[in-house]
Design a protein around this ligand. Structure first.
Ligand code: CP3
Length: 348
């Protein structure tokens, strides 16, 4: 079978499929023993920058789970380094970005990101992973959305209230937009590089978009996601994922992506009504459900499949990344359940 005819890529294009494709956000990660074993020997950053190891964890997670797509092992924050900022992962508070930015002058001094020069290790990992994966299994490349990355750079790490970011946006919208435009240029090249190296689809993670009001999203985030998606073009399907996006899902869907990733705070059918039938949808099982039993997981999967109602263009996934304490066997059970129930539903 040709990879372009895989259930995952067909669903991205809203073509009919014999069963619902499924993959899991953060499918290669700490909930997996084989991942923890590798991480006990190397730092997270080394893992990302070593193509052998990055491709090993990518391929292993996809094969162990039996998912319909692999996602390259990397991280949305790696782009901070070529922007001249210091990135640290092994802090108790999670990833930290030192030397953060706070003024217009600093934005102007941030170098333009030239991904072929400074993020070539990601292209190398994509190429090697593509060569090692089963030929018919699609590989997803990814990056952070301009807003989410901008917020990360300004906060210097994760945040609950995004006080500094929101202050910045209000006090100096010009500097904010300049930062966004610089990010968009770097990210567009970064995504195109991943496609040239063999990525079959792309996902843009706007994980923090939900901290914005609909008006703020429209004014300060949407135009830049739109510019990024336009700049990348339509060579491969683009998935645009966010959390907390229910209050402005229509605007979110207008960014131009082919597939919209939704979290668990809105029903899949309600989300699809808002997004409209011209787009595919990805989601949206609550990651917490994977802490229960296979019987309960099956009930919840069925609810989501019932809402999708056999419409072409549904890619099953969690509403957010899989949690580190998830029992490994429940992740595999999820994949088996989605395949089995969706096959029965379509009578095949
Ligand atoms: O398997 C995959 O999905 C591919 C790899 C992947 C990672 N991060 C690996 C990772 C992907 C797609 C990401 C995206 C990412 N990174 C996002 C967007 C998705 C989301 O969950 O909202 C964000 C916000 C980040 C930033 C980031 N990286 C955080 C907040 C953390 C620490 C806390 C956490 O969630 O794990 C990381 C580190 C990180 N990135 C780990 C992994 C497997 C854990 C590192 C470890 O091994 O200790």
């Amino acid at each position: 079978m040709m990879r372009t005819d895989s259930v995952f890529l067909k669903a991205c294009r809203r073509e009919p499929v014999p069963y619902t494709p499924v993959w899991i956000m953060r499918q290669a990660g700490r909930y997996m023993k084989s991942y923890r074993d590798i991480r006990s020997k190397v730092s997270f950053m080394e893992l990302c920058k070593n193509k052998e190891l990055a491709s090993e964890v990518t391929v292993r997670a996809a094969e162990q789970l039996g998912v319909d797509a692999a996602i390259i092992f990397s991280d949305i924050l790696l782009i901070a380094e070529p922007m001249g900022l210091k990135l640290e992962y092994d802090t108790p508070q999670g990833p930290a970005i030192r030397g953060g930015i706070s003024t217009k002058e600093q934005v102007d001094r941030i170098p333009e990101v030239r991904p072929e020069e400074t993020l070539a290790f990601v292209a190398d990992a994509v190429r090697l992973t593509r060569a090692r994966l089963k030929p018919d299994l699609p590989l997803i490349g990814f990056c952070g959305a301009p807003f989410t990355l901008g917020a990360y750079l300004i906060e210097g790490g994760g945040s609950k209230q995004f006080v500094r970011t929101k202050q910045w946006i209000k006090d100096d919208a010009g500097a904010w937009h300049a930062l966004m435009e610089k990010l968009v240029r770097g990210l567009a090249g970064y995504l195109k590089m991943q496609v040239a190296a063999g990525a079959d689809a792309l996902q843009i993670f706007d994980s923090w978009a939900g901290c914005l009001s609909p008006q703020e999203y429209r004014d300060y985030a949407l135009p830049h996601s739109q510019a990024l998606i336009r700049a990348v073009g339509n060579k491969v399907p683009i998935i645009y994922f966010g959390t907390g996006t229910a209050p402005f899902l229509k605007e979110f869907a207008s960014a131009g992506a082919d597939v919209i990733g939704v979290d668990s705070q809105i029903g899949l059918n309600a989300a699809w009504d808002i997004i409209g039938p011209q787009k595919a949808i990805q989601g949206n099982l609550d990651p917490q459900i994977l802490f229960s039993t296979p019987e309960l997981i099956e009930q919840e999967v069925k609810k989501i499949l019932d809402q999708a109602d056999g419409r072409p263009g549904h890619i099953f996934n969690l509403g957010h990344g899989i949690l580190p304490a998830t029992p490994e066997e429940n992740a595999s059970a999820l994949v088996e359940i989605v395949h089995r129930l969706s096959r029965t539903a379509s009578g095949k």
